[in-house]
Ligand binder design. Structure first.
Ligand code: SAH
Length: 238
């Protein structure tokens, strides 16, 4: 009888403890996110309110392998398997800020990876179409984004070099793997008044983050923003 009482008590108390633990967990990660924003984003020029709000809310620790969770809010890229990496938070914030994101904007991302960049855009209210060439990453990112409750994101498995013509034009395009030249299909799928942000590999192997703007008359301008280091944009072997 006494044992029964203990079992009942344990059953009654357990869920409460779990809830308390989860709340503590959330607070732990939230504090780390705030520190990341205050230490590595704001002082280095991330000022866009929508971008900062998203960086404060999206749980990056859910997008990295479990054994790397404690490093999730350091400003560094982390390996996510299949030779892919989740970008450094500052670069995610910079690329997001460079498109001047607003709710309702239609955004194409090339290189879904973990799904983190897509989640940041969705947290701002953008509609996101994202393409990943590694099937396993596309599948796990899709499942993760669904589990975390993100809406308005479509993940496609395929070669992003060709873009997503059925959904074009896009108000903004983010490429998170580096090609040697700017993919012509992506330029074509950019709306007038739209912006594309992408890393481009130079002849000497270095990379620059480039912003391509298409003005209201369709004219293109290009500017280099910062030296970066991304994985190469692969080309599908047919
Ligand atoms: N944006 C991601 C990080 C991407 S790392 C995140 O937030 O986690 C770059 C990704 O681009 C890798 O997952 C890689 O598999 C993918 N990739 C490389 N070449 C590609 C291509 N041609 N089309 C689509 N995805 C590609």
């Amino acid at each position: 009888m006494r044992r029964l009482v203990w079992v009942l008590a344990a059953l009654l108390l357990a869920p409460g403890r779990l809830v308390a633990q989860r709340a503590g967990d959330d607070q732990h990660w939230r504090t780390q996110r705030e520190q990341l924003v205050a230490t590595w984003l704001v002082p280095y020029g991330i000022t866009d309110t929508a971008t900062l709000r998203a960086m404060r809310t999206v749980p990056r620790h859910e997008f990295v392998p479990p054994h790397l969770r404690e490093l999730a809010y350091e400003d560094r890229p982390l390996p996510i398997g299949h030779d892919a990496t989740i970008s450094q938070p500052f670069i995610v914030a910079l690329m997001t800020q460079l498109i001047a994101p607003r709710a309702g904007m239609r955004v194409l991302e090339i290189g879904t990876g973990s799904g983190y960049q897509a989640a940041v855009l969705a947290a701002i209210g953008c509609r996101v179409w994202t393409i990943e060439i590694v099937a396993a990453l596309a599948t796990s990112a899709r499942a993760r984004l669904e589990r975390l409750g993100y809406q308005g994101i479509e993940v496609r498995h395929g070669d992003g070099w060709a873009g997503w013509p059925e959904q074009a034009p896009f108000d903004a395009i983010l490429v998170t793997a580096a090609p040697d030249t700017i993919p012509p299909a992506l330029v074509a799928q950019l709306a007038r008044g739209g912006r594309m942000v992408l890393p481009v590999t130079n002849r000497d192997g270095s990379q620059d983050l480039v912003v391509v703007e298409k003005d209201a008359s369709g004219r293109l301008t290009e500017r280099r923003v910062a030296p970066v280091r991304f994985v190469r944009l692969q080309r599908e072997v047919r």
